[in-house]
Ligand binder design. Structure first.
Ligand code: NDP
Length: 248
């Protein structure tokens, strides 16, 4: 059963990891997919070719999610290219982990800009086309670290906690316009981002995960398919953890 037939979705950071899984899953469910990347143009173009072969419309845009003006230009381009915008997934994110005593202003600003300001940038400009089509779904990629905190990730955890507050507020503000907004909070998912962690840290996480394995990008994407589809029509303002019960 295709849950997203002919919906138009914009996914930030779709060239790798969870974003690439989202792009593929959304296409499998019949959505036309616009997605962004920062520098991985070859990976992005390969995904576009793959999606086009699946019979949906697909286009990749190089766009810095942390830039307000680039976000505005991006939303305008997507609406011009695809005719509408039904779903926005703010997935692009980075880590710059270090203990607070060593954290520089630049590391703080970079993570807050890419992970949190980006959510404001994209959501702000997506509201107009969503209001025009009398509804929409915004899904923001948080992290369980935004709920629990984590030593060495004060910048990242703050950005993800901010996303949760933002999403709840937007859900309350835009509910009367039939625009839903939710946060998905992954735990430890196998991607390039988590490949950066050393063996000791990975093993420590694994021993604490009740399901005794790391998550797969597709398992996060499936929750987003649900939230974006009509099956999630009465779910808004929520934070849904996808973490193998690491955080309950
Ligand atoms: P990856 O590092 O594998 O991929 C990140 C993606 O974001 C890439 O497509 C990258 O583009 C893009 N990106 C980075 N910066 C920007 C920017 N400024 N503008 C536009 N795109 C950008 O990350 P993951 O797939 O692991 O993570 C995806 C999201 O999930 C993030 O928000 C992350 O915080 C969250 N998350 C991940 C977890 C995990 O265990 N992996 C756990 C909890 C949350 P390019 O390829 O061009 O660099």
């Amino acid at each position: 059963m295709k849950l997203l037939q002919d919906k138009v979705a914009l996914i930030t950071g779709g060239s790798r990891g969870i974003g690439a899984a989202l792009v593929r899953r959304f296409a499998e469910h019949g959505a036309h997919v616009a997605f962004t990347y920062r520098s991985s143009s070859a990976e992005a173009e390969a995904i576009v070719t793959e999606l086009t072969g699946m019979g949906v419309k697909a286009k990749a845009y190089q766009s810095d999610a942390g830039s307000y003006t680039e976000a505005e230009a991006l939303i305008n381009a997507v609406v011009a290219d695809f005719g509408q915008l039904d779903v926005l997934i703010n997935n692009a994110g980075i880590t710059q982990d270090t203990l607070m005593l060593r954290m520089t202003e630049e590391q703080w600003d970079k993570v807050i800009s890419t992970n949190l300001k980006s959510v404001f940038n994209l959501s702000k400009h997506a509201l107009r086309p969503m209001m025009k089509s009398r509804g929409g779904a915004i899904i923001n990629m948080g992290s369980i670290v935004g709920i629990t905190g984590n030593a060495g990730q004060a910048n990242y955890a703050a950005s993800k906690a901010g996303i949760i507050g933002f999403s709840k507020s937007l859900a309350k503000e835009m509910g009367s316009r039939n625009i839903r907004c939710n946060t998905v909070a992954p735990g430890f998912i196998e991607t390039d981002m988590t490949d950066q962690l050393d063996e000791k840290t990975r093993d420590a996480y694994l021993s604490n995960i009740p399901l005794k394995r790391f998550g797969k990008a597709n398992e996060v994407a499936d929750v987003c398919v649900f939230l974006a589809s009509d099956m999630g029509a009465y779910v808004s303002g929520q934070t849904i953890s996808v973490c193998g019960a690491l955080h309950t």
